[in-house]
Design a binder for this molecule. Structure first.
Ligand SMILES: Cc1cc2nc3c(=O)[nH]c(=O)nc-3n(C[C@H](O)[C@H](O)[C@H](O)COP(=O)(O)OP(=O)(O)OC[C@H]3O[C@@H](n4cnc5c(N)ncnc54)[C@H](O)[C@@H]3O)c2cc1C
Length: 527
């Protein structure tokens, strides 16, 4: 066992997904100091493996009116207060010949009951707006769907909390057990997943926001949360195929939503029950299923170039018998105060959706604040989310715009697909150096667009590693190991889409990484 340091805070939040980062900002705005830990890094769970759809609620109107109305309310708040994270694309629900006519006929009135704006659009007009819609489109409704950048959202929540009251974020810090005395948690014992050193965090209150791992974190405190896990696989296209979010107008199923995300589109998603929340590897079968189910709605999906697949595991709170693939299980969120486990300073917030993360954080923070005797109200429904320069680099298409405005020959482009210059890498490094003593390509990848283009990191990975060597951030062989971990992570998502051009690209990447760098010969790192 390594050296044990102790830090103190008012509230320890476990899990840096949208929910945990949302709780951090909410509490900071109420004047409460927090420490947020993640065993990996920001958005390592479902918050980094989702569709990025800011639901208007239309998806849920037929089977869950409460969830639909909640999405509408929360979507409106985010559009107003965090516009830098949202692309107000609008959305179509479109049906093709053979789709369920009763479902089509009821959609508009269901939307109206949930307060969601819904306008019928003539299919021919819709096809003028979105030329890739199928020729046999028979009905289209327009709703206020949008797309949201979950990385920017979580990073800005963390940055805002730090700005407000110097709340702390510690990545690679895993809670492994609790010390409990007289019905209160006295300390959380954490392990630094890089060095193995132990860290003791003493807090007045502890929040479990560990997403699909909420049950195991609760169990460490002797509390129980019943959950089930549903994996969804998604596909990234090389280019943006629609201006709007395109949903299939039918009961929720596989491959029936296409969400534009900046310069690309994301097709998904499947829903497969898994036993282990860590089982987030996209599979070839699920990739095939998305494509087969997606192309009747938009035929181009049958032959477009897919540059990557990825998967996330939904944290679903088990209500009833939990039968089915996970779509039938409630998407509501749950807040557990754990008083039934005789604990007065521990709670769990899980379930829900990315779209509803803010209200989840609000409910959780209300409980924590009242336990701390803090009467300051929640401000996240009225206070704009502050924008932080270093978080700008997550936005698709932003780097080329900034670079083109002021091209600088001394500032080389390191990522050509997304046009990320060396100065952007330095800016991100400086911004996060406080909690990233050992920066690497993965940390940069989640804070910028590097590795996201069609080369999937093949070239920029090498150039940025060279830059990190030049600037003294990498040493040998640490940098090589880090590169190997980065490429392995990208390959996880490339493997299920290896056909046609993407296969050629992967062959070239392998030649570079093995033939030139000999990366297959060095012992890998875990990250
Ligand atoms: C395929 C898919 C598509 C989806 N699409 C959408 C969508 O389009 N729109 C939408 O609104 N919602 C969507 N969702 C739902 C949404 O992604 C999740 O509800 C939301 O991201 C959950 O966030 P979270 O912060 O609660 O959990 P997570 O994001 O999973 O965060 C939990 C964090 O806890 C950390 N952790 C776990 N154990 C420990 C420990 N012991 N110590 C320290 N840290 C720990 C993990 O590393 C992780 O980062 C989708 C989900 C999936 C899976």
């Amino acid at each position: 066992m390594g050296t044990r340091k102790t830090i103190q805070t008012q509230v320890l939040i476990i899990g840096a997904g949208a929910t945990g980062t949302g709780v951090m900002r909410d509490l900071a705005l109420r004047g409460v100091h927090c420490a947020l830990v993640d065993r990996s890094d920001v958005n390592a769970g479902a918050s980094g493996g989702n569709h990025g759809l800011l639901h208007s609620g239309g998806r849920y109107v037929s089977n869950d009116a409460h969830a639909a109305a909640e999405c509408r309310e929360e979507g409106d708040i985010l559009k107003k207060l965090a516009p830098q994270c949202v692309d107000e694309t609008g959305g179509y629900f479109s049906a093709v010949a053979g789709d369920d006519e009763n479902f089509i006929a009821d959609f508009k009135s269901h939307c109206e009951k949930c307060g969601i704006d819904c306008t019928e659009v003539d299919p021919a007009e819709a096809r003028e707006q979105e030329p890739h819609l199928a020729e046999d489109t028979i009905a289209v409704y327009e709703v206020p769907d949008a797309s949201v950048d979950p990385f920017k959202l979580s990073l800005e929540n963390v940055a805002h909390a730090k700005l407000v009251n110097n709340s702390k974020y510690l990545r690679h810090t895993e809670v492994v057990r609790f010390e409990i005395e007289n019905g209160r948690i006295r300390a959380a014992i954490c392990r630094d997943t890089d060095s193995g050193e132990e860290l003791r965090i003493e807090a007045e209150q502890y929040v479990n926001a560990a997403g699909a791992w909420a049950a195991s974190v609760a169990a460490q405190a002797g509390a129980s949360v019943d959950m089930l896990y549903s994996r969804g696989t998604l596909l990234v296209t090389q280019e943006r195929l629609s201006s709007r979010v395109i949903n299939r107008l039918r009961p929720p199923s596989d491959g029936d939503i296409l969400v534009p995300g900046g310069t690309v589109s994301i097709l998904g998603t499947t829903s497969v029950r898994v036993d282990d929340p860590a089982d987030a590897r996209p599979t070839v079968e699920e990739v095939d299923r998305n494509v087969e189910q997606g192309w009747p709605m938009m035929p181009i999906l049958a032959h477009t170039r897919y540059i990557r697949a990825y998967a996330g595991v939904r944290p679903l709170v088990l209500v009833g018998d939990g039968e089915g693939d996970g779509r039938s299980v409630s998407r509501d969120f749950s807040l557990f105060d754990h008083e039934d486990a005789n604990l007065s300073n521990f709670c769990t917030i899980t379930g829900g959706k990315l779209t509803t993360y803010r209200v989840m954080a609000e409910r959780c923070s209300d409980l924590v604040a009242s336990r701390l005797g803090v009467s300051a109200p929640c401000l996240t429904a009225t206070e704009p989310l502050a924008t932080v320069n270093a978080c700008e680099w997550t936005e698709p298409g932003r780097a080329p715009k900034i670079w083109a405005r002021n091209p600088d020959a001394d500032d080389p482009i390191l990522c050509e697909c997304e046009m990320v210059p060396a100065s952007a890498i330095d800016e991100i490094m400086n911004d996060c150096s406080e909690f990233i003593p050992d920066p690497g390509l993965q940390a940069l990848g989640l804070r910028s667009r590097i590795g996201k283009g069609s080369c999937q990191g093949s070239f920029c990975g090498m150039r940025i590693a060279a830059h990190l060597y030049d600037t003294g951030r990498f040493d040998s062989p640490g940098g090589l190991k880090n590169m190997q971990g980065f490429f392995a992570q990208r390959f996880k998502g490339l493997r299920p889409v290896l056909w046609e051009t993407q296969l050629v690209q992967a062959e070239l990447a392998e030649a570079l990484h093995c033939g030139l760098l000999g990366l297959e010969q060095i012992e890998g790192e875990d990250d």
